[in-house]
Design a protein around this ligand. Structure first.
Ligand SMILES: Cc1ncc(C[n+]2csc(CCOP(=O)(O)OP(=O)(O)O)c2C)c(N)n1
Ligand SMILES: [Mg+2]
Length: 547
């Protein structure tokens, strides 16, 4: 890094962010981080001021998912601890976010005084972050600070999970020193093990009659989408995606089957995958959400399971084989090109949706109509609840254009995530799908969208409360306040709002939303309390058969 010999710790950290091409940092200042904020403002990096720290975490997470790595910067404890839930989500779903937190100066910390924002001791926040990051450091020593910063960035980038850097305020201007050049920590495969693993995998695939690939989120995170496309086009093996991996491949690719998620997914996809005699899982975490709450039936005897963390073939594991090397070797291996599979049950062309202008809007029709509205430049960000269940059936045109906390499922992700997502990809129009409950948690972050000149189209799926939970256990605890969502433009001084009760109103509002590019658009889609998406219905129906 240039000029590192004379750099201060603050300057080095900023240079490191730029070296990793991080152009936006999300957060809220506080006195313990103000000096670093001053440097941040003087740097070419844009600071994006949010209304809450958890929302800053979601925005940085979305930015990281789209851009490859992201960062959030907050003050000590009141800020950092408020962001732990979103960073926990980034950990669980493998999103590489650098967390920078200010802290009391090392001089101030001597004799353990009761300084504001301190919880138990001065390491409380660091200890909490140890549980939800892959690497963490307190930059309390100028001699080791540069190496520590290198170590955390390196771990975050390689493991695609968050890292924590705490910067005491009197260390920002301290001059650091590079003790040693960062070691090349590139992990490499053991050639013999790699050869043996590839041989076994090739044999299994070659002997199988109807292999299928199940593609997961790690292909997004490591940027292996091209390798996936090459592999399926070389072999004609069809591919399904997990929910968390949705949009890992263009959803109109002729070899794409749809989302596989056990009982929640479409029957045809489920049958196709479960009747395969060789399921090749690539970069997918087999979570309960991916498997439709443990209703999937995959036999280990017929499974090849490859991720960045493990290579399992049937019942045994190969160690010292990297995900990347294995994919490259499979691309070069003598795998036969099969006949094109017959996939005539998949609807390829977008069906024209006939709008029944006066018909009351339902969740099913909402998603059918939205499907016709999604274009090449649309990025869809779905919150949890029926926003996510319904979105499973949406057809995403480009890859990596669908984001959702589909495994950790924290409500409130989508609106703040739309800020990180669109700043990372300004050429995209973001459609946010969000339940009324989730919107009430973080929807006011639209204020930041206005300040940043962003233009999300926010579809509030308003089923008057915690709909998903009503289907599990009804009670007054599922009711929430009845907000006038379409009036928010008045409060925020920008935007366009619509109340949607019929299909005609939805169609008209969506057309106006496309034309309104200067600020956000919010659609309050009024639904029946007990209405639900086809995916949620499928799940309920299949589960009820099991009990
Ligand atoms: C932060 C957080 N708190 C609580 C929950 C538990 N929870 C799961 S679904 C749900 C209701 C979601 O309501 P809404 O956003 O309106 O979506 P809907 O289910 O109505 O489609 C709740 C409270 C959660 N997942 N995340
Ligand atoms: Mg709701």
């Amino acid at each position: 890094m240039k000029g590192q010999k004379d750099a201060t710790i603050g300057e080095y950290l900023l240079a490191k962010l730029q070296e990793y091409n991080i152009q936006h940092v999300f957060g809220i200042p506080g006195d313990y981080v103000l000096r670093f904020y001053q440097l941040l403002e003087e740097s070419p990096i844009h600071h994006v001021g949010m209304t809450r720290e958890d929302a800053a975490g979601y925005a940085a997470d979305a930015y990281a998912r789209v851009h490859g790595i992201g960062a959030a910067c907050v003050t000590y404890c009141v800020g950092g601890l408020s962001m732990t839930n979103s960073i926990a989500g980034a950990y669980a779903e493998k999103s590489p976010v650098i967390v920078i937190s200010g802290a009391p100066g090392m001089e101030e910390q001597r004799k353990d005084p009761l300084l504001h924002h301190k919880v138990r001791n001065f390491l409380t926040q660091k200890h909490i972050y140890d549980q939800i990051t892959v690497a963490g450091t307190v930059l309390n020593d100028p001699v080791t600070a540069f190496d520590e910063i290198d170590r955390v960035f390196d771990a975050v980038y390689r493991q695609k999970r968050p890292g924590y850097i705490e910067l005491p305020r009197d260390m920002v201007d301290a001059r650091g020193r590079q003790l040693h050049q960062p070691a090349d920590r590139e992990t490499i495969s053991d050639p013999d093990t790699l050869r043996s693993a590839v041989q076994e995998i090739v044999d299994l695939i070659s002997e199988s009659e109807n292999p299928v690939i199940l593609a997961g989120v790690e292909l997004h995170r490591f940027g292996f989408q091209d390798k996936l496309v090459k592999l399926i086009e070389k072999t004609n093996i069809p591919v399904a995606a997990t929910v968390l991996g949705k949009s890992v491949i263009r959803e109109d690719h002729p070899l794409y089957l749809g989302i596989y998620e056990g009982a929640m997914g479409r029957d045809e996809v489920r049958q196709f995958v479960e009747s395969s005699d060789c399921v090749i899982i690539l970069g997918a975490f087999m979570t309960d959400m991916n498997l439709g709450i443990y209703t999937a039936k995959l036999e280990r005897e017929q499974t090849i399971y490859i991720t960045s963390e493990q290579v399992l073939v049937k019942y045994h594991a190969y160690e010292d084989v990297t995900f990347s090397d294995l994919l490259d070797s499979l691309l070069e291996a003598p795998l036969l090109k099969r006949e094109s599979p017959v996939l005539d049950w998949i609807e390829r062309s977008d069906r024209q949706v006939d709008i029944q202008a006066d018909a009351p809007i339902t969740v099913t029709r909402l998603f059918e109509i939205l499907n016709g509205f999604i274009a090449d430049d649309t990025m869809v960000i779905a919150d949890i609840g029926d926003s996510l269940f319904g979105a499973i059936d949406l057809k995403i045109h480009q890859r990596t254009d669908f984001l959702s906390p589909a495994y950790y499922t924290s409500m409130g992700f989508a609106v703040p995530a739309s800020i990180g997502g669109q700043l990372a990809r300004p050429d995209k129009r973001v459609v946010v799908l969000v339940g009324d409950g989730a919107f009430q948690m973080t929807g006011m972050e639209l204020s930041t969208s206005v300040r940043q000149g962003l233009n999300p189209i926010v579809v509030v799926i308003n089923n008057h409360g915690y709909g998903t939970e009503r289907h599990l256990q009804e009670g007054a605890f599922n009711d929430i306040g009845d907000w006038q969502y379409s009036q928010l433009p008045k409060v925020l001084g920008a935007g366009k709002g619509f109340v949607i009760r019929t299909e005609g109103e939805l169609d008209d509002a969506l057309k106006q939303a496309i034309a309104h590019t200067e600020s956000f658009v919010i659609l309050d889609v009024q639904l029946d309390k007990l209405d639900q998406s086809p995916a949620l219905m499928r799940l309920a129906e299949r589960l009820s058969k099991r009990v």
